[in-house]
Design a protein. Structure first.
Length: 389
């Protein structure tokens, strides 16, 4: 409980009013990574009585046993024109290969959650990837199916909650859907860090725009729409297909510089994975604005090829698809010159569409199947892959 003093100034004097304000019950608990070994970003939401300021506490208590939450960290909070306050607290000095238990809040406390830190120099890491999720029964089933799996990291390639409803973005938006969604995924997001890219359904009409996306999810750096981070021996790059990506744009320039730096650091971080919403390669063209996003591909594909990006993960089209190593629609042999095993030392990036997490599937596959398309399927689920050093 906090004591808040309101100072009201009148023409004829000053009136001081003190009142007790109850902290709200924490919910929507989720983790993120800042790319720093030995640290974990903890976030959660509280439903406040105002959109102006957040009354609730920013505390995380944690430790190596459920009955021994001996450590405490304070964080910050953020609000937009909605009553959900997002709290962000960074835990540091964590020991590798250790299960930590934690609760969040202060005046009111959450249940106790847990996460496990990676081993020091792990042999492999397990990554989950989803896109086009939402709150439908199919989305909830996908979430439940992910619970038993101990992902080290989950990436989300956009169209997260569908708070702006049907249509192609720019809807008025029901911000309460964000709250519903984040409570739905708490059971997986509270135990594995999740990192996001914006999709068209993250953009609401004024006055919101992308405010919910920017406020609710932790991103590294100063820009929520394009950012990067190292996760063990993988360099992840999140970019935006919803903002200017043409050569000369700030996003393009940033991406070129980031990929150049990453390509020069392969000895330390050998893998580079890019993710965004609209797919550079997709053979599912149901509806306008679906299938391969040609303008996006024409603008940025050469950067992925020139700087040897290993894997690109997309959403937007509601199916699963994996390509062969491909550039400019041409399938590439591996670096030994062989087409027999194209995924061994591939000569170009591999693309995955992972848009089957919950929204209605698109039954619009192009026929015949393009040469660059290795496998495609219409079914709900998630993508997982293991990366070794």
């Amino acid at each position: 409980m906090r004591l808040i003093t309101l100072l009201l100034i009148f023409v004829f004097g000053t009136l001081v009013i003190s009142m007790n304000v109850e902290s709200a019950e924490p919910e929507q608990v989720h983790l993120a990574t800042n790319g720093i070994s030995g640290e974990m970003v903890v976030q959660w939401g509280t439903e406040e009585d105002t959109t102006v300021f957040c009354d609730s506490d920013n505390t995380v208590e944690y430790g190596t046993g459920q009955d021994s939450l001996n450590f405490s960290e304070e964080g910050d909070d953020d609000m937009y024109l909605w009553t959900t306050c997002t709290h962000t607290t960074i835990l540091s000095g964590l020991t590798s290969n250790t299960t930590y238990y934690y609760r969040v809040g202060g005046g009111e406390w959450s249940d106790i959650f847990s996460f496990k830190t990676l081993e020091a120099e792990p042999e492999s890491v397990l990554i989950g990837a989803i896109a086009d999720h939402g709150t439908s029964s199919n989305a909830q089933e996908t979430t439940s199916n992910m619970v038993p799996i101990d992902f080290d990291l989950v990436i989300h390639a956009g169209d997260i909650s569908y708070a702006n409803g049907a249509g192609s973005g720019n809807g008025v938006g029901d911000q309460s859907v964000w709250d519903e969604y984040q409570n739905q995924i708490e059971k997986i997001a509270s135990k594995s860090p999740h990192m996001y890219a914006p999709g068209n359904h993250e953009e609401d009409a004024e006055p919101y725009g992308f405010d919910a996306y920017e406020s609710r999810f932790y991103t590294t750096g100063s820009n929520s729409f394009w950012y990067s981070f190292d996760f063990e021996y993988i360099h992840f790059v999140s970019i935006s297909s919803e903002h200017d990506y043409d050569p000369g744009s700030s996003q393009y320039t940033w991406l070129e510089n980031d990929l150049e730096d990453a390509d020069g650091n392969r000895e330390n971080v050998p893998w580079v994975i890019v993710f965004a919403h609209r797919a550079m390669y997709s053979s599912n063209g149901e509806g306008d604005g679906h299938g391969s996003e040609i303008e996006f591909r024409d603008a940025m594909e050469s950067l992925l090829f020139d700087y040897h990006v290993d894997l690109a993960i997309w959403g937007h089209d509601h199916h699963y698809e994996r390509t062969y190593p491909v550039f400019e629609e041409q399938v590439y042999a591996n670096n030994t010159g062989s087409y027999d095993d194209p995924y061994y030392l591939p000569g170009a990036p591999i693309h995955i569409v992972a848009g089957m997490a919950g929204r209605s599937l698109y039954d619009g596959f192009e026929e015949p199947q393009p040469d660059w398309s290795a496998y495609r399927e219409l079914s709900y689920g998630y993508t997982q892959f293991e990366v070794t050093k």
